[in-house]
Write a protein that binds this ligand. Structure first.
Ligand code: COA
Length: 383
């Protein structure tokens, strides 16, 4: 990376920066750097495999619940009877949410809620499974409360008999969701729960490495996930499908978009070189949903065309469907508005973030990499 030009015209010419003496490799974005050991999730990009503690994602979606998957990540034990209900929202959090402008982005509201929640809790070192359960149960209720408040509706108390995902939908709408709808969103939560050392998970581990607490780690992770390079593009998938318009236009639209240098949303991945296993799992879920988005048939046509044309254009670089493509269908199918998609993804990732926090704390080492100095060499201040 070139040195930043000196902004001070009065300054004397800078001596060259000290050379790097030890020849250590520099990897922008830490790409390819092993920065942690984990027994939580294996992302096998070459073979299109994702496993949580060794269990295949497809099997977890087919046979598990989010509560069981979260419990697996936290404890290492598979207990399909695990139950987790939505948590209560402390009054301090409700006051903070009431004070936010209506135009606040749901991710900002969620980050704020987690921060205020942390101020109301005793979260001693080391972060524990108890903290993980509490924050994972709290956040869906907080997001639902914010959604209602911005519509001039009062928040709804959680129903302890409902599982987390059904409880979230209940607290959003005031109605108990039908089992198939709740099941579809629960499957989305399972596929979103964990994905290795991605940016937000790394942020959570960095924060934990300073011996900070669970709420600070999750608030920081939400901040990292908010960025468009991470938080995903399911709402853009929906927009793109609408722009295609009809199945007979799919081929022409895809070719023209690629000719304009645009990226097809829901395709390609930094790690996966094969069909994203989360997309496979969610496609099965979408096909079983009672209410499918009206654009689903068109989306399937667009996918067929896009895969064919992308292979034609990039024969050496496999560009396959990623999780966002079918995530969009699930999220819209269960009735969530596109502006809630990123925050719902954040809710799902709570299980993984908090499991990584516990894992980091269990063998903690302060994360403190070095930067290669490329600024001016030693010099005197201007007289
Ligand atoms: N549509 C069209 N072309 C794509 C593409 C897409 N979705 N994804 C990658 N490519 C092309 C690039 O244009 C590039 O072509 P070039 O070599 O001719 O310049 C080549 O494939 C490699 O792209 P690169 O940017 O190195 O890939 P990456 O690993 O950095 O990108 C993503 C990963 C996810 C950022 C990228 O695939 C993308 O932007 N996808 C669309 C957005 C999306 O679905 N995001 C959700 C991800 S879960």
């Amino acid at each position: 990376m070139p040195a930043t030009p000196d902004p001070d015209p009065a300054a004397q010419p800078a001596a060259p920066a000290a050379p790097v003496a030890d020849g250590r490799p520099y990897s922008p974005g830490l790409e390819g750097v092993l920065a942690a050991e984990t027994s939580l999730g294996l992302v096998d990009g070459a073979n299109g495999r994702l496993m949580y503690r060794g269990y295949r994602i497809g099997d977890l979606v087919a046979n598990g619940t989010y509560a069981a998957v979260a419990n697996l990540l936290w404890t290492g034990t598979w207990d399909p009877r695990s139950h987790m209900a939505a948590g209560r929202v402390p009054s301090a959090v409700l006051s903070a949410l009431r004070a936010l402008p209506r135009t606040t982005k749901p991710m900002d509201a969620l980050r704020t809620a987690v921060s205020v929640w942390g101020a109301t809790q005793v979260l001693d070192w080391p972060p524990s499974e108890v903290h993980a359960r509490a924050i994972t149960a709290f956040s869906p209720s907080a997001l639902a409360a914010f959604v209602r408040l911005r519509q001039d509706l009062e928040p709804i108390d959680p129903d302890p008999r409902l599982d987390l995902v059904s409880g979230f939908l209940f607290q959003l709408t005031g109605e108990r969701p039908d089992p198939a709808t709740a099941r579809a969103l629960d499957a989305y939560f399972i596929v979103g729960a964990e994905h290795g050392l991605n940016a937000s998970t790394f942020a959570a581990r960095v924060i934990t490495s300073t011996r900070s607490d669970m709420a600070s780690a999750v608030a920081g992770a939400i901040g990292a996930m908010k960025g468009p390079l991470h938080g995903g593009a399911p709402s853009e998938v929906v927009e793109q499908i609408h722009r295609v318009g009809s199945p007979e236009h799919a081929e022409q639209w895809v070719r023209e978009a690629l000719a304009r240098g645009e990226r097809l949303m829901g395709f390609g991945h930094r790690v996966y070189r094969a069909y994203d296993p989360r997309a496979t799992a969610l496609r099965t879920v979408v096909e079983a949903m009672p209410t499918k988005p009206d654009w689903l048939e068109l989306a399937i046509k667009v996918e067929d065309v896009a895969l064919r044309v992308l292979e034609e254009k990039h024969p050496d670089r496999p560009l396959k469907t990623n999780v966002e493509f079918y995530a969009a269908a699930v999220l819209q199918g269960v009735g969530l508005t596109p502006d809630l998609f990123p925050a719902t993804f954040a809710l799902a990732r709570h299980a993984g973030w908090t499991a990584h926090v516990i894992e980091q704390a269990s063998a903690n080492r302060l994360i403190r990499p070095d930067a290669r100095y490329v600024g001016p060499g030693e010099r005197d201040l201007p007289a």
